[in-house]
Design a protein around this ligand. Structure first.
Ligand SMILES: NC(=O)c1ccc[n+]([C@@H]2O[C@H](COP(=O)([O-])OP(=O)(O)OC[C@H]3O[C@@H](n4cnc5c(N)ncnc54)[C@H](OP(=O)(O)O)[C@@H]3O)[C@@H](O)[C@H]2O)c1
Length: 354
């Protein structure tokens, strides 16, 4: 890539940032492209894992002296604080870059201020280039940081007539292996997987991210959370198999809502405190209904199988809707065929931020 525009460099930086999805939490995904004064790419980087070097530092290390007088194009405002690594703002100043182009300001009160530090050092700073793309790529982290609780994705599998389990309670294999592989990939991008105690008692799921063909566990496992008001999760349940961390969140520990069950906003606040930025709500229908009724779902991912059951449990129970005017309106953002099934991604209108 020689002589690229800042706009093209930002598009590349957004692509680079996405490589960190699932491994950077509780940090954001960030991508950086360094251009020399002629617009030649002299360094590229992305933040790969929490505690590892930030995108700017990776790109600066590649560029060396060639960064001097050049432009740093970065998807998120460079951090201004010393955490596990030093401030990126200072590293950019020391490298002698003349201009920093940023897509999205950093909402993190601890890390913000990078743009001001850069300007104070005489560096030209521009904000907002390809902001929408960068925002979308970092939506879970940005949403979580802005409001103080995790971005919640509700995932479910259902038949074409909206059933999530047959009349006899069996719900395994509603969707194809291809769809289930996709779910495991989705688990690999989040920090926590949530299920109600009803699902744990009915299905005894593992809730790990793994290779379905050989059972190998993914290197990074989300925290498994069982939402279980009175601690009914059996000691021998598979979520206690030691394959990943598990938290049985009880009302005694988290706090109880008006119905005596686990208080969901308090649960999400505690998860945020534990570093969870993106959470995958895997059901079941009752817990999902409570999350939706409380307006706590940011994104819906439904796997719909070309099957009809005509009886059995529905995918959603008691979401606080009794009349059509109160239906939870969704905007479909993606429809993808996965094997024989459809994966429908949708955002609740006027509810979540994402
Ligand atoms: N197809 C799918 O995508 C899918 C996914 C998951 C499950 N399922 C099926 O769903 C069935 C289980 O359904 P379910 O509705 O009983 O299970 P669930 O939604 O997993 O669990 C419901 C239980 O969660 C607990 N809970 C704790 N805090 C809560 C709160 N604030 N609001 C609501 N519930 C809270 C309640 O028990 P306590 O009051 O004791 O805490 C409640 O009974 C199984 O047949 C399973 O196979 C299907």
């Amino acid at each position: 890539m020689a002589g690229v525009s800042v706009d093209d460099a930002m598009r590349r930086a957004v692509t680079l940032a996405a490589r960190g999805l699932g491994t950077t939490s509780p940090n954001p995904v960030v991508g950086c492209v360094l251009l020399d004064p002629d617009g030649t790419v002299v360094g590229e980087g992305f933040h790969a894992y929490a505690g590892g070097p930030h995108a700017e530092i990776v790109a600066l290390a590649q560029a060396g002296e060639r960064a001097r007088g050049g432009t740093a194009v970065v998807t998120l405002e460079p951090c201004d604080h010393t955490g596990r690594t030093g401030p990126c703002s200072l590293a950019l100043v020391q490298a002698g870059v003349a201009r920093v182009v940023i897509a999205v300001p950093d909402p993190n009160p601890v890390a913000t201020g990078g743009a001001a530090t850069l300007r104070a050092a005489g560096i030209q700073v521009e904000l907002g280039v390809r902001a929408q793309e960068a925002e979308t790529g970092n939506i879970a982290w940005l949403t979580a940081m802005r409001r103080g609780w995790p971005y919640v994705i509700w995932k479910f599998a259902a038949t074409l007539d909206g059933r999530s389990a047959a009349a006899d309670g069996t719900s395994m294999w509603i969707t194809s292996e291809a769809a289930r592989i996709d779910v495991h990939a989705l688990r690999g991008t989040v920090d926590a997987v949530l299920a109600g105690v009803g699902t744990v008692l009915a299905d005894d799921p593992r809730l790990t991210a793994r290779n379905l063909r050989d059972g190998t566990l993914a290197i990074r496992q989300p925290l498994r959370v069982v939402v279980d008001s009175s601690g009914r999760t059996p000691a021998g349940a598979r979520v206690h198999d030691g394959a990943a961390r598990t938290w049985v969140a009880t009302a005694a520990e988290v706090g109880a809502g008006p119905d005596g069950r686990v208080d969901l906003p308090a649960l999400l606040a505690e998860l945020h405190h534990r570093g969870v930025r993106a959470a995958l709500l895997e059901g079941g229908p009752r817990l999902a209904g409570a999350f939706l009724a409380a307006g706590l779902v940011d994104k819906v991912v439904g796997y719909v199988a070309p099957k009809l059951l005509g009886a059995g449990r529905t995918a959603l129970v008691d979401a606080g809707v009794t009349t059509i005017a109160d239906a939870i309106d969704l905007e479909i953002t993606d429809v993808t065929q996965i094997g024989p099934d459809l994966r429908i991604t949708a955002l609740p209108r006027n509810r979540g931020i994402g």
